[in-house]
Design a binder for this molecule. Sequence first.
Ligand SMILES: Cc1cc2nc3c(=O)[nH]c(=O)nc-3n(C[C@H](O)[C@H](O)[C@H](O)COP(=O)(O)O)c2cc1C
Length: 505
Amino acid sequence: MSKTNLDLDQFRLRRFIESLSAVDEVDIHDEPCDFADLAAIMQGNPKAVWFRNVGKDKQELVGNVVAARSRLALAFGVEPRQVALEMQRRLRLKPEIVELTREEAPIQQVVITGDALDLTQLPIHLQHAADGAPYMAAVDFVIDPATGLTNSGYRRLMLRGKREAGVDLNAPSDLRAIYMAASARKERLPIAFVVGGHPIDLVSSTMRVPVDELGLVSSLRAAPLPVVKCLTSDIRVPADAEMVIEGYLDERGYVEKEGPYGEYLGYYGGVKMNPVFHVTAITHRRDALFLTATISGNRMDMTDTSNLEALRAELNVWEALKPVVREPVAVYAPVASGGSMSVRISLRQRYPGEARTALYTVLGSVGVKNAFVVDPDIDIFSNEQMEWALGTRFQPDKDLIIVSGVRLSPLDPSLHGSPTGAKAGYDLTWPMAQATKWELTTPTPPTYEGARFPTLRAALEDGPKRFEALMAALGSRDGREIVRQLDELRDQGLERDDQGRYFLK
Ligand SMILES: Cc1cc2nc3c(=O)[nH]c(=O)nc-3n(C[C@H](O)[C@H](O)[C@H](O)COP(=O)(O)O)c2cc1C
């Protein structure tokens, strides 16, 4: 695609947020707010929150943008249940990168360098009561010196002053590995933090794939990706995002105490040693919209982090099931569990044992702790239906798998510091040999379909019939007269079979 055909606003965050108001998915605050008020308004808010008058400089920021599957679905233009499948489809699309000049790139309309650089001028607020300092989250891009490929992730930056921030690089990640190699060589690692990308770009950043991750953004957008080179490094970033904070992680390694952070499983992460980020330039659109991410609290279903985590888990589960299950029907990671702690799978079993195979596969290959598998009649997106399946289709001594001594998220507080933990698989499917029993079909209201007969006797002589079929046979809209007629036939050979159907001997 040529540059002239590119719409540099199509994937703009501000456009996306504006589109949310038409569908009542954004809570707009035009009244003056202090930075101190923002966390309480955002935490547990079911909508995206758009503040337009914050602090003494009347700054603007938006948060909670992807903290609901409904909004992620709007970003991808599909139904909420289809998002992971749509991602799977898009990941097969060939990426296309279009390089823009500095003059062409909206993200470089305003350039801040030198003495004017000041991270404390950005609209960053204190998120949780025990956090070490205000922090923001942004999508980082680095070039891996070993491969030349661009790596991307979503990471938090905790303010340390005008020119420095801490970056939490303790969890296993590609960036951690790249940074540890650089600092072992006593080298700085140039890095660019993009603030205010389209939700699809945020989803893309949470994936870990061994490809150039700029290409991943293009594939997931299903569109060419405009990029521009940073001012102070060779890193290329999406040119249509709102802002980029350029700089480097210094060569000293894990040298500074940082934290605590409210973490994505709903608890605090303690103080840790972390690398230090130094800012070298900030560039942004003229009317840049600053983005913050919601991370913690006790309603994980309403945080950005868990919603992104859940999608990633679903995608990984679909991939893992491919070689072992012939007919997976649906996959859902219930976001309230913390994003990827639990996953639900429905499948149509073709062979005995497929459900268990699915459980072992998912527990072994994907970072989920509890996996549930059900038959396709259960709606895995419904908590009520899942409770019903757990209550009625599960025998703990036969249907529970526990694997122990495995790796879990180190942030899982129930590990109490242990390096390994346990996972569980819940087989809520019917054993195949039992599944065809009529007693296991779900009762539904009667529909009265069936052949008509002139009399009850004629209907019964035709063959055994349920009460519903007898009502249909006589066109009854009441039923109680049939009870009376059946009573009269009791001494004339009326019988019942083991399904309760009536017939005449
Ligand atoms: C909002 C948000 C904030 C995150 N913050 C961090 C963080 O501070 N440190 C970290 O290691 N991972 C963080 N993650 C998880 C990483 O972004 C994720 O594991 C990513 O896939 C890592 O990419 P990489 O392995 O390509 O470097 C965060 C995720 C989200 C959604």
